[in-house]
Design a protein. Sequence first.
Length: 365
Amino acid sequence: MKYKKCHTYLLVAVVAVFFVCFSYHTSDAMVSGPCVNCHTMHNSQNGVSVARDGTGAGWNSSGKLSGGSLQADPLKTLLVSSCVGCHTSTTGETIINVGGSRIPIVFNTGGYPAKPLAGGNFYKVSLGGDNEVYGHNVYGIAGADSKLSTAPGRQSGTCGNATSCHSTLAAAKDTFTGMTNGCQGCHVRVAHHDDSKPWYRFLKGHLDTVDYVTGIEDPNWEQNPDQNNHNKYKGYNGPVDSSVTLEQTHSINSFCGGCHGQYHRQQFMGSSSPWLRHPSDILLPQTGEYSSYDPVTNYSVEAPVAWTDPSNPSRATAVVMCLSCHRVHGSQYPDILRWDYSTMIAGGSGSGGCFTCHTQKSQTP
C-alpha cells in the first residue's frame, strides 16, 4: 500500500481504542476517505450492532446504510455490509458519496436507474419470475434461475460438473469447497486498497496470479460514457480453442468463457463465416458493412469493442467482445442485451444496436 498521510481517531466506548485511517492516492478502484465509511472495529456502538446486511440493505438518500437487518455477528474484514449491501442504494443514484468515499452502485432497489454504470444494474433480475432473463442470478440479489439449471453455454469437462462454481452464481458461497460464489464468483480477489494489482475490476480467476482480465477503467465507471470517457477492455485476436486460456489472453471474452465456454470457443462458435454462434475475440472487419464503424473516431457506447492493446487502440486492433452486445450485471432488455433485440429490423432504416457494426443490413434494398 502507498499512503499520503494518516489521521488518528479516538473512539470511546468501554475503553479507548485508537485506529488509523489513510487517504489513498487518487485512482479508479482504490478506496479513499475515512475508514469508518466502510468498516466497524468491533461491530458494536452504544451496545448496538453496526453491520447491516440482508434483503433491502443499501445506502439511502441521507448517505446512511438502511434496510436489511443489523448483524449480530461481525462480517469479514470488519465491513459494515456485504458486497451486495455496500454496492446497493435505495435511491436512483449510481455513484454514492459517503463522507468522501465514492461508491459505485450496481443494484438500485427502487427501479432501473437512469444512469446505470458499465455493468448495468441488477434491479430487474432481482424481481424474479419472468424477469430472470434480465440479468445474472447472483446470491444475495436473485435466487437460482427457475428455467436454467446451469449457466447457459456451460462447457463440460474440467470444472464442468454439477457442483462446480462455474455452473451458477446464485448458490451460497460455502457450497463449493474452497471457492467463493455470488459477487466473488467473478470478482474473485478484491483489492479495494491496492491499485498495483494487474487485474481489471477484480476480474480474477482462482488458479494462480496470471489468470486475470486487463483493461483501463473510466474514473466514473461509465456513468456518463462518451467518445472520450469509457472503459477500454482487453481483447484477443482469435478465435480461441481449448488450448487458449485466460492466462494467455487476459481477455474479457476468455473470462466470460469460464462459465459460457460454448458461446466462446472455436469448436462451438466456428472460426469464420458462416458462424455457428456470434463471434467474439476476433478483429472487427475493416471492409464491407463493418467499414462504417470506426470506434477510434466514433466510439459507440451502445456497441463497444475491446482492443488487443487497450493502451494503444487502433481501428486495426478493435475486437468484437461479449460486452459488445451484453451488460454484465443486468440490463433493462432480455438476455442482458444493451438494446431491444426485437426492434432490430433488417431492411428498414434502423440504426444503433446490431446495426452499429452491421450497417448495411438496416438499409432498404
